[in-house]
Structures are given as C-alpha cells and as structure tokens.
Design a protein around this ligand. Structure first.
Ligand SMILES: O=c1ccn([C@@H]2O[C@H](COP(=O)(O)O)[C@@H](O)[C@H]2O)c(=O)[nH]1
Length: 245
C-alpha cells in the first residue's frame, strides 16, 4: 500500500446528506479515493440499511455512526443487527455504561457466531462529543473536571468493557493513548483544515495536527461536502495527512 492509500484509508468522509441521490453524487466525485465512508443518522434514518449494503458492494469500508444509547438488551439486539449488515465499524455512547457496552460486544459476537463469514466490526465508544466545550461540560451537563479528564475516564470504561476504541476530539488523543495503550483506536471528528468554519464544533485541530497527535482515523464532513470541489478538498486533506508520515 502506498502512502496515498494509507492516508486515504484513515480519512472517514461523513456522508451527511439528506438523500441517497446526493450521497451517491458525492461518492461519485470521490471515485478512486480509497477512504472510509461514514453513514450517520441523517442518511441512515432516511434511507436505511440498503444504502449501507450499496456502499459495501462498491468496496468501501463503512463506519455506521448511530451512537446507540439504550438499555443493555436493546443495544445488544441493535449491535446484532448492525454487525449482520457487514459494516466495518460502529459505535455506542460510553455514557450508557459498562453493562450496556458489554451487551453491545455480546451482540457483535452473537452475530459473528450466527454468520461466521462476517468480518468482526471495530466497536467504539463515544466519549464527549466534539461540540462540547469546558463550560458546557461543567455548567450545563454538571460534569466536574476538565473535558480531557472526562474523555479519558470514558475511554478507560470503554476499554474495560472490551471495546476497541473511542470517538473523541484530536486534542485528547495523546491522553487516551497513554491511559489505554497505543493499540486502543481513536476516531476523531472535529477536524477543520486551516481557514474552514468551525460551525458547531468546539474542540478542533487541522488534519495535519490531528495526525501528529497520533490519531488512527480523522472524520471530515462539511469541509469536504460543502467545498466548491469535494474531490479537491478530500485530496488536499489527504496531502496534509501525508505530511505526518
Ligand atoms: O463527537 C462527535 C461524534 C461524531 N461526530 C460526527 O462527525 C461528523 C463531523 O462532521 P463535520 O461536518 O466535519 O463537523 C458528523 O457526522 C458528526 O455527526 C462529531 O462531529 N463529533
């Protein structure tokens, strides 16, 4: 695998589009770029599992970002269904607790036992959303301490539950890796190339800075989707990621 492919494989493009037609148009413009595709609530709730299957048929790695957070039994059954779909990665909220995260893992293992040909998906826990800042954490959510402390404590809980990694901002990657080990995966949204609008994101770094922090995957939505040329924007981000090698 060359450096371009290695970098592209660590870029997750958030397909935050309202319809499958718009998502297809975006994917067509990214033809030949071997990035991960992230399907979130907007597209999944409108188009359902068929579009995920279509992405898999087109050869993409798929991160299904539905952030499950419910009672353990419901999450276990949801994890069974998601694993049976054949996605490469999915997530649950770490705030659902140890029992809920362990139930998600059980759902994965039961789906694997039912269909041994499936590839086991990477299962990750969401720590503190990248839109959350220090004031919101302490004053609105009533959680004491720093954002980094909260993220690391969720990461440790996620690891204890037997999951593979977490979603966090790139600013916390080093603290997560030193608490949970370098093989514990970090998936980091909150990526903003220089000059692009932060929007609702609070904890951000550029693609190069995120890679320099040692993150495993960066997630990018609007800086690609809303660019005049999404293809050029994605290629530019991959170029920036390559500089970290
Ligand atoms: O903490 C989180 C968890 C998930 N996301 C998702 O990532 C993308 C980011 O999109 P941008 O347009 O680049 O901001 C989006 O799909 C979120 O749902 C996140 O941002 N933060």
């Amino acid at each position: 695998m060359n450096i371009f492919e290695q970098a592209a494989g660590r870029l997750m493009v958030a397909l935050d589009c309202p319809t499958v037609e718009q998502a297809r148009q975006l994917i067509d413009t990214l033809e030949g770029i071997p990035c991960y595709m992230k399907v979130g609530m907007q597209l999944y709730y409108s188009e359902g599992p068929d579009f995920v299957r279509e992405l898999k048929d087109r050869g993409y790695s798929v991160f299904l970002d539905l952030k499950m957070h419910d009672i353990p039994n419901t999450v276990k059954n949801g994890a069974f269904s998601i694993t049976s779909l054949g996605v490469d990665m999915f997530n649950v909220h770490a705030a659902g607790g140890l029992k809920m995260m362990k139930a998600a893992k059980e759902g994965v293992l039961e789906a694997m036992a039912a269909s041994p040909a499936l590839k086991q998906p990477i299962l990750i826990g969401v720590t503190q959303l990248t839109s959350t800042d220090q004031t919101m954490l302490n004053e609105e959510l009533g959680i004491p301490g720093t954002v980094e402390q909260s993220v690391v404590s969720y990461a440790l809980l996620t690891k204890e539950a037997g999951l593979d990694g977490v979603v966090a901002s790139p600013l916390e990657v080093q603290a997560i890796k030193s608490a949970c080990g370098k093989d514990f995966k970090t998936v980091t949204p909150g990526i903003r190339p220089a000059g692009s609008a932060a929007g609702d994101q609070s904890r951000t770094l550029t693609p190069l800075e995120a890679m320099q922090q040692g993150t495993d995957y960066i997630v990018v939505g609007r800086p690609i989707i809303s660019a005049p040329s999404p293809r050029e924007a994605a290629l530019q981000i991959i170029e920036e990621m390559k500089q970290a090698w």
